[in-house]
Design a protein around this ligand. Sequence first.
Ligand SMILES: NC(=O)C1=CN([C@@H]2O[C@H](COP(=O)(O)OP(=O)(O)OC[C@H]3O[C@@H](n4cnc5c(N)ncnc54)[C@H](OP(=O)(O)O)[C@@H]3O)[C@@H](O)[C@H]2O)C=CC1
Ligand SMILES: O=C(O)C1=N[C@H](C(=O)O)C[C@H](O)C1
Length: 246
Amino acid sequence: MKIALLGYGKMGQIIEHFALERGHEIVLKINIDNQEDLTVANLRKADVAIDFSTPDAAIDNIYACFDANLPVVVGTTGWYGQLQEVKNDCLERNNALLYGSNFSIGVNLFFHVNKVLAQVMNNFPAYEVQVEEIHHTQKLDSPSGTAMTLAEGIIDNLDRKSEWVNELVGTPFEDVIKKEQLLIESHRIENIPGTHTVVYSSEVDEIEFKHTAHSRSGFALGAVVAAEWLEKRQGFYNITDIFDFK
Ligand SMILES: NC(=O)C1=CN([C@@H]2O[C@H](COP(=O)(O)OP(=O)(O)OC[C@H]3O[C@@H](n4cnc5c(N)ncnc54)[C@H](OP(=O)(O)O)[C@@H]3O)[C@@H](O)[C@H]2O)C=CC1
Ligand SMILES: O=C(O)C1=N[C@H](C(=O)O)C[C@H](O)C1
């Protein structure tokens, strides 16, 4: 498979490693300093694009792939406010896009367990719930996309929660959390690849479910596997469409 990398930073470079290891070829690398190379002609040299750029860059990169009719895997987070418009355009133009807040198998297992547990916790109103995430200090968005996905999984399955609010610890936060709100507490600490915890707490105990990434390898390998899955497909997908956690 011929791959175009959109974003050649921490993730792009690790994705390159796994792609080459799996016998693929990198035919285009786009970063902030060679935007002029992001052309339909250049994109059409690839079979699939993989975007791990920035929240502000992802939409333009996605539409460049749509213009080139190139399937695109989007790992970049922080653009989900525009998800519906992107999905509509993708389907109208018969393109292919797969996105995911987290491409690691471990986190996608965590996403599934999180939803099942939230359903069970409807029977135990004594427990409050919150999500915590820790990432490196270079992360541009807060909360993490993974934390948003966890929070939405809880909101969709736990009747007593209807929205989430985010506190980036160390920045001003005056909100008084209402009982129907789910707090996502974000921490930024040097060199943390990604740690996510769902905490259910009562007066007498606390239950914690935690995923700790030891490196970015799980994310990167998952992105390459997702690109292999998407290459010959059309449509709009989420990474959870690849996993079958029956
Ligand atoms: N879904 C998942 O499993 C994962 C998602 N992510 C997400 O992926 C994104 C990237 O993460 P990470 O690699 O750590 O971040 P980095 O900052 O290390 O890499 C992003 C790269 O994109 C470059 N860039 C900036 N603007 C553009 C543009 N217009 N087109 C192409 N490239 C551009 C940046 O250049 P410069 O630095 O010069 O601005 C940088 O080299 C983040 O949104 C993060 O949340 C991360 C890990 C896993
Ligand atoms: O920025 C990162 O590093 C990561 N971002 C993703 C997110 O926002 O959830 C995935 C992973 O946690 C690493």
